[in-house]
Design a protein around this ligand. Structure first.
Ligand code: NAP
Length: 457
């Protein structure tokens, strides 16, 4: 028994250290893979330790849970990279559901006997957990497009949300004053479920990664509260790490889009149709051979990937073209916008998978000063992150969002399938500029064809 207790505490300590070190390693692409392995090892250590918990007398339900969880988790891990945001949203929903159910079970078992401190933590746990469950499910539905991706808004929505929020706080306070009154507790849970739905439906899919990161933060704080209720140190540490890192990530994403958290949560972004834009005229189509000649005789080429590179899975063809140009003495760089694609670090992950050296990747602030001396900027399935309206048109809904200023390059080639808009749904004046040539087609086949065409130059 004593050995079991020591073993449990030791594994929790090891797990906590691994979580902290894993999180630190995730802050740099070179060490990110190691960070993931450390975090997974930490989770495994925490799981193994928990099996030695002195209060466990029967392993049947644990085995059942393990089988059910693994049979859901393994196929979920196999989804393509582009479906990763909705997969992550589902994971948040499951994590938050687990925290809420633990909270409900604790209240059913101990009732008013928990004492005021534990009750406060438990109330917080079920409130944050329950709203995260429904909020994350709506986020996953929007990202998977089973629910309309554009903001769903109605008159007086903010007042309804405010009333729900005040209703939750009132139930929480009344329950704390009168802990035996289950009615307040269960109403709090019901209102939190509803609040999660109402909080996320008015937010457009383009903002969903920020929302998810915020919900991730709530799920983390809910788990930390669970830790206080159960007296479980590893839950307190992991939940707090999760809660605060999720919150910091939300702020960083908002900064990269030049938006505030309040604007993301209450702005209904994506519902606005831009009417005032410099976009207009005709787009100049270029041929594969024209582009191949431009690239082959350039001094410097900058690739700017976006969401279209991810959907086309064009990263390997992109690296192949980059390698070929470098062999010909061209300086090749990759300009990475912080919110290109659909999740933070999306482009970095794809290019790392294609073995593009990290030293060739340039952040937006590093690449922008180089663009005026760049011969050809190749935009691969990016749209919003290179939209000059964000810089030049104060009336644009994305005004102020920092962009990769490809229009400053001597020549721009845009690889996209047709005239499809970016995630913001806005027209892009870059495509109508005289410096820009449009090479239509799926990014992967365009890049593979360019490899062959450059070889012939
Ligand atoms: P984007 O604005 O969504 O544009 C993607 C473009 O790729 C589309 O215009 C589409 O045009 C083209 N495309 C799609 N499939 C293609 C294919 N197979 N081959 C070639 N082209 C293809 O992408 P982005 O410039 O990367 O911008 C990301 C957006 O997501 C921003 O609005 C950003 O604010 C938002 N967002 C991102 C994050 C994040 O963490 N990364 C977080 C929050 C919000 P066609 O249909 O004509 O091909």
């Amino acid at each position: 028994m004593i050995f079991g207790q020591y073993f449990l505490e030791a594994t929790y300590l090891i797990a906590s250290c691994l979580f902290v070190m894993g999180l630190k390693s995730l802050s740099h692409p070179d060490t990110a893979r190691r960070g993931m392995i450390m975090a997974a090892a930490g989770m495994a250590a925490a799981l193994v330790g928990t099996l030695f918990h002195p209060e466990i007398h029967n392993y049947i339900w644990i085995v059942v849970g393990l089988i059910v969880g693994s049979s859901i988790g393994i196929p979920m891990a196999m989804v393509p990279m582009t479906a990763m945001p909705q997969r992550t949203a589902l994971s948040h929903a499951f994590g938050a559901l687990a925290a809420s159910m633990v909270g409900l079970a604790e209240y059913v078992i101990h009732g008013a006997g928990l004492g005021p401190v534990k009750m406060g933590a438990l109330g917080l746990e079920v409130m944050l957990g329950s709203l995260t469950v429904t909020g994350s499910l709506i986020a996953a539905g929007k990202l998977q497009e089973v629910i309309r991706g554009t903001p769903i808004m109605f008159k007086g929505q903010h007042y309804v949300n405010l009333a729900l929020f005040l209703g939750m706080i009132t139930c929480f306070v009344l329950w704390m004053i009168n802990p035996a009154s289950g009615i307040y507790f269960y109403t709090l849970v019901g209102l939190a479920f509803l609040f999660g739905v109402m909080l996320v439906i008015p937010i457009g899919s383009a903002d969903m990664p920020v929302v998810m990161s915020l919900l991730n933060s709530y799920a983390g704080l809910s788990s930390a509260a669970t830790g206080f209720v159960l007296g479980n140190n590893v839950l307190i540490i992991a939940g707090t790490l999760d809660g605060f890192s999720g919150f910091i990530l939300s702020i960083l994403m908002c900064r990269a889009m030049n938006r505030s958290i309040t604007n993301v949560l209450f702005g209904g972004f994506g519902a606005v149709v831009a009417t005032d834009t410099a976009a207009g005229g005709t787009m100049r189509e270029v041929t594969l051979d024209d582009v191949a000649v431009q690239l082959a005789y350039a001094n410097q080429v900058v690739f700017v990937p976006g969401y279209g590179m991810a959907t086309a899975q064009a990263q390997h063809a992109c690296r192949e073209l980059g390698d070929l140009l470098e062999e010909r003495g061209v300086s090749v760089k990759y300009g990475i916008h912080p919110v290109a694609g659909r999740m933070p670090g999306h482009m970095n992950v794809l290019l790392a998978e294609a073995n593009v050296p990290y030293s060739s990747l340039y952040e937006m602030e590093q690449i922008n000063p180089e663009l005026s001396t760049t011969d050809v900027a190749v935009v691969i399935g990016a749209n919003d992150v290179v939209n000059p309206d964000a810089r030049d048109n104060p009336k644009s809904p994305i005004a102020g969002m920092p962009i990769i200023e490809v229009d400053r390059a001597k020549s721009v080639v845009v690889l996209k399938r047709g005239k499809g808009k970016g995630f913001s749904g806005l027209e892009n004046p870059l495509f109508f500029k005289s410096v820009t040539g449009m090479l239509y087609g799926d990014a992967k086949s365009s890049l593979s064809n360019l490899v062959q065409a450059v070889q012939k130059v």
